[in-house]
Design a protein around this ligand. Structure first.
Ligand SMILES: [Zn+2]
Length: 181
């Protein structure tokens, strides 16, 4: 058996988002035991950890453990058995923009300090003026040249989502690659 029966039974009792304390309560196990199984389960991709929080999340439609198992069989195991080499990926680019290039240089996230590949990180660049915008307008009208510097920041994916640099989009809107201007 993959997991103890108590944990499998408790899985269906949990909400979409839950904590390790909730699992220990539902499965009648010690909190540290619940944490042990949670770590194991995250590796097995039965559910995922929510970044920045001590909370965990079930995958879509996988309300019970058997739902998850059915999805696993349908999406990953059946195509393999049919000889089709389909790896279910969420994005064609796998969230990266490097293509077939092997490795890209690393940058550091400006929030959490994580080292992320440059092509995976979300880059935000903006012009920062040394004077405030009202004064800037006034001075420019008088013909003064004010230099401003370019500030570039890199965010790791979880920080970018957390800060709203990139947003979770509806399924039909995920395909749009460029923002409309
Ligand atoms: Zn970060």
């Amino acid at each position: 058996m993959l997991l103890p029966a108590g944990v499998i039974a408790a899985y269906s009792q949990l909400g979409t988002v839950f904590t390790s304390g909730k699992l220990s309560e539902e499965a009648w196990i010690h909190r540290s035991t619940a944490k042990y199984y949670i770590n194991k389960i995250v590796v097995l991709r039965i559910f995922s950890k929510i970044p920045h929080r001590r909370k965990y999340q079930k995958y879509a439609n996988a309300r019970t453990f058997s739902d998850w198992l059915k999805d696993m069989v349908r999406l990953a195991i059946h195509p393999l058995e049919r000889g089709v080499e389909i790896v279910p990926v969420k994005r064609k680019s796998r969230g990266r923009s490097k293509g077939s290039k092997g490795r890209s240089s690393m940058v550091q996230c400006c929030i959490c300090g994580e080292i992320v590949p440059r092509d995976k990180a979300k880059k935000v660049s903006r012009r920062v003026s040394l004077v405030d915008s009202r004064l800037f307008k006034e001075l420019r009208q008088r013909g003064a040249h004010i230099s401003s510097r370019q500030e570039t920041r890199y965010y790791c994916v979880s920080c970018a989502v957390h800060r709203g640099v990139v947003k979770v989009r509806a399924r039909d809107k995920r395909k749009h690659r460029r923002r409309k201007r």
